[in-house]
Design a protein around this ligand. Structure first.
Ligand code: NAD
Length: 495
């Protein structure tokens, strides 16, 4: 039986006004997994009204002591941890990712919640007693209000938890729309929040199509802020729609990150990092290291060894413990990835491995693509410039540091980059010149809740995680106080 869900509004199931549900079939073998409510403008209105009412009733949420919200968040994390096995299976099934990755994603989500919980204690402001005799100025922080969150399908839990616990720590209330393909864990953890004691109206989940539910959220007058993770194209649409009501907008968007491997790198470590960089989560990864820039003098040997390793990567069913690359999200997306591969061949890039759908060993009814490497790729090629969002790596060589930096920055995106060298001066000088929100030196995909994450250029606006991630969900208020010092009277106005 497929899992059946209703919208989650005011800590209760609410049937969609459309009466219809979107079906989710496994991208790995076609099994009917779940059905999610197909929301409407009216459903969004109901959720936004609930979130607004709870926010305005400040005594029950926004004005609770930070310590109380912190405890509720910590209790919530404990319940998610209790249910981690069930949640990991759902995440693996709906996304198509390997079960171990799904479990890792949920463990990582727990860290995010626990860190955000600690920050609920810390949220304060500043007092200025240096603005003149008899005067005091205060800077205080207040929750922004109702936050609309729109999420992608590649990391349903982590993309939500880089926002939600931080918004809750700040005292906001929320309306969430997860991807219509992967809403299962969103509903499950919203229920667990109620079980933990988080009041009704704080977390509301309305699912459905982006063009209907997401659009209505972006325009809704009772929603104060939009926090979006997804493609750059949709981020721009949301920004425009949100401008009608002057909402604050935070965007986590696409990427085309590079791994730069210098000849003096620890080659084995770089091979591991580059391979993981383009295969993790089937390459459906915003910060995937989808471009390899390798110093000319070591390129031939490095790429030959990389190809050997890529051919050993186990493509398989999500619930098989040995699987390293699972299924792509749906058939249309798989076809788009295969079209990019064809575009690479047509442009004259050299296909070194993969390049095709995988159907052997019981994978025939799923959407699997083999890890694919192209060498002789030049910056004018589409595969060098566009986000493919599949397990596809482009290889381009460089002669010196300046050329490596120029190639890495030759993209509209700016999410992440990796630098591999044993020369620390070189690592720092190159890092400084890379136009990306994150740089990894001799490693890749590092992340920790207290360090901000976000993009330059077309990869986003704002930062998630860390103190800056928390502050995104606050307004700053300046209060000037006279301690007996009077405003100078205007001449001839005293009665
Ligand atoms: P997407 O942009 O197609 O969809 C994201 C969400 O937006 C979905 O919930 C969708 O229903 C909704 N949406 C679609 N049209 C909308 C509209 N007109 N108005 C409002 N909402 C709308 O992205 P996706 O395919 O789900 O995810 C892949 C993309 O997400 C990639 O580009 C990836 O790089 C990006 N991503 C970025 C990060 C990051 O942190 N920077 C993390 C994960 C994914």
């Amino acid at each position: 039986m497929p899992r059946h869900y209703e919208h989650w509004i005011n800590n209760a199931d609410v049937k969609p006004s459309t009466g219809s549900y979107l079906k989710r079939f496994s991208p790995a073998h076609g099994e009917y997994l779940a059905e999610f409510p197909e929301g409407s403008v009216a459903d969004v209105d109901q959720a936004a009204t609930a979130a607004r009412a709870r926010f305005e009733d400040a005594e029950t949420w926004a004005k609770l002591p930070g310590s109380v919200r912190s405890k509720l968040l910590t209790d919530w994390a404990a319940l998610i941890e209790r249910d981690i096995d069930v949640l990991a299976v759902m995440e693996a099934e709906e996304v198509g990712k390997p079960i171990e990755s799904a479990r890792g994603e949920i463990s990582w989500s727990l860290e995010l919640i626990r860190y955000a919980a600690s920050q609920a204690w810390e949220l304060g402001g500043d007092a200025y007693n240096n603005v003149g005799a008899g005067k005091l100025a205060l800077m205080t922080r207040e929750p922004r209000g109702v936050v609309g969150m729109i999420l992608p399908w590649n990391y349903p839990m982590v993309t939500m938890m880089q926002k939600l616990p931080y918004a809750l720590a700040a005292g906001c209330t929320t309306v969430i729309k997860s991807s219509e393909l992967t809403s299962g864990t969103t509903f499950e953890v919203a229920r667990l929040a109620a079980e933990a004691g988080i009041p009704a109206g704080v977390i509301n989940v309305v699912t459905g199509l982006g063009s209907v539910v997401g659009d209505a959220m972006s325009r809704h007058p009772e929603i104060d802020m939009m926090s979006f993770t997804g493609s750059t194209a949709v981020g721009q649409v949301i920004s425009k729609a949100a401008a009608e009501t002057n909402k604050y907008v935070a965007l986590e968007l696409g990427g085309k990150s590079a791994n730069i491997v210098f000849a003096d790198a620890d080659i084995d470590a770089a091979l591991d990092g580059v391979l993981l960089g383009f295969t993790l989560n089937q390459g459906e990864e915003c910060v995937a290291g989808s471009r390899l820039l390798v110093e000319e003098s070591i390129a031939d040997e490095f790429v030959s060894r990389l190809v050997k390793r890529a051919n050993k990567v186990k493509v398989g069913l999500p619930l098989d413990a040995e699987t390293q690359v699972g299924a792509l999200i749906h058939e249309q997306h798989m076809n788009k990835v295969l079209e990019y591969i064809q575009a690479g061949i047509d442009a004259g890039a050299e296909l070194r491995c993969g390049g095709k759908r995988v159907t052997e060993n019981g994978l025939g009814s799923g959407f699997f693509v083999a890890p694919t490497i192209f060498s002789s790729v030049t910056p004018d090629m589409k595969i060098f410039q566009e986000e493919i969002f599949g397990p596809v790596l482009t290889v381009t060589t460089f002669r010196d540091q300046a050329e490596a930096i120029k190639l890495a920055n030759d993209t509209v995106y700016g999410l992440g980059n990796g630098v591999w060298t044993k020369d620390i001066d070189k690592a720092i000088l190159v890092s400084e010149k890379l136009r990306s929100g994150t740089v990894y030196v001799n490693t890749y995909f590092e992340t920790t809740p207290q360090v901000p994450f976000g993009g330059y250029k077309a990869s986003g606006i704002g930062r998630e995680n860390g103190r800056s991630g928390l502050l995104e969900f606050t307004e700053t208020k300046s209060t000037f106080i006279s301690l007996g010092e009077r405003v100078k009277a205007l001449p001839n106005t005293v009665d």
